[in-house]
Design a protein. Structure first.
Length: 401
């Protein structure tokens, strides 16, 4: 089945008729429908399907003569809330199509080629990005994962069981079969647009973190409480969001408050608590720590004048990831004198987790004409997607030949 056919089949699953965005949260019916579709496509190609107790799946192409540790590709099928079609699924569908391209060329790899689908990459349900690959590599412990709950209070183990997965969290032997990993992904920016090329290779991921800010004050009546008598945590939060924006703009980094929870959340009440989550990213760990420290300092300064309190908790922090330099340059090299550009990415990926675990890792990016991601407007031209399939097939042939 061609890339175009597979893409059309998957495009309807979990899509909102209202916004056009996708709701494929981990272990939900839509995400599980995608997972079933993936395994059916793997079975159609006679790939050997292997699973772990974290919900990850790797399907292997092992023709006669393909021995030893293999070359792994793939990505994820879950989405952010109201997300785009390409973030994750593009890498999975392209991997399936790339194997077909290689088979059509009559190519027989000397190493197995695997296609992986990792669960809960976005962190959209349980708040920890790349959860499947983190558990697989041991970057997150099983005990810590067992404490995770979604916004409705459903625990991770219960969600997995409800989805028909028997949980057995923690490292498995799936990675023992992997020699290197190449993840194809839609670019979440405009670097390739500015360069005028459809495909690029990543050399690093910026360090990034997710931080919970708990602002506490005093609930009171919105009408009868004088402005000067208030201890309003919403004001402290609002000023903190503004200073985070200012600090990121001044230093060329990234800082985003994208989620807020207010208590008691009444129109006619001064809040007692505002909880807000900051996503922060920077070109180095030093820049990240410096920016966060300044945001926290200014938040505490503002809370002092507002009569409120603020507490900051780091929920997840990832250091900079530098992909295998030799592997990146080997993939980027094309015809003599030609090469795909090597670029950095500011977004986290399963590739970063596997790289941090010691797996030689690289990434391919496909041009995104708008640069928009994590949104229904996320897009890639079909011609660029097909160029990405060919680039991935060439890469797999080069690495597994």
């Amino acid at each position: 089945m061609s890339f175009e056919q597979m893409w059309r089949e998957l495009a309807t699953v979990g899509r909102s008729a209202k916004s056009g965005g996708y709701f494929r949260q981990p272990f939900s019916s839509a995400e599980r429908e995608c997972a079933v579709w993936f395994e059916e496509e793997c079975a159609r190609r006679s790939l050997d399907i292997t699973r772990d107790g974290n919900g990850n799946v790797i399907a292997w192409w092992r023709p006669a003569g393909a021995t030893g540790r293999g070359v792994l590709t793939g990505s994820h099928l879950d989405s952010v809330l109201d997300g785009g079609a390409y973030d994750g699924p593009l890498g999975v569908v392209s991997a399936l199509a790339a194997v077909e391209v290689l088979q059509g060329r009559g190519f027989t790899p000397s190493k197995p080629i695997g296609i992986g689908s990792f669960v809960e990459e976005e962190g959209s349900r349980f708040g920890l990005a790349c959860l499947g690959s983190r558990l697989l590599t041991g970057a997150t412990s099983a005990s810590a994962a067992c404490e995770l709950k979604d916004r409705d209070g459903v625990g991770l183990l219960d969600a997995m069981s409800d989805a028909g997965i028997e949980p057995d969290l923690g490292p498995s032997d799936l990675l023992d079969q992997v020699d290197c990993f190449v993840e194809l992904h839609v670019e979440q920016g405009r670097d390739l647009v500015d360069r005028g090329v459809p495909v690029g290779v990543a050399d690093m991921i910026w360090p990034h973190g997710r931080y919970r800010f708990d602002f506490t004050g005093e609930a009171n009546h919105a009408g009868t409480t004088r402005m000067e008598d208030r201890r309003d945590p919403m004001l402290t939060y609002a000023m903190t969001a503004l200073v985070a924006n200012e600090q990121a703009r001044r230093s060329g980094q990234r800082a985003t408050f994208g989620r807020v929870d207010v208590q008691p959340n009444g129109t006619n009440a001064v809040p007692s608590r505002v909880t807000a989550w900051l996503d922060a990213r920077a070109e180095s760990s030093e820049h990240l720590e410096s920016m966060l420290a300044e945001i926290e300092r200014l938040a505490e300064e503002r809370s002092g004048s507002d009569g409120t309190a603020v507490q900051v908790t780091a929920e997840s922090v990832s250091s900079a990831v530098h992909f295998d330099r030799d592997l990146a340059h080997r993939i980027a090299a094309q015809e003599p004198g030609e090469r795909w550009p090597i670029i950095a990415t500011m977004a986290g990926h399963d590739a970063g987790v596997l790289c941090a675990a010691g797996v030689p890792t690289a990434m391919l990016f496909v041009r995104n004409p708008t640069g928009v991601s994590h949104s229904p407007e996320e897009f890639a031209e079909m011609g660029d997607c097909l160029a990405g399939v060919d680039a991935l097939a060439d890469t797999l042939e080069r690495l597994s030949g």
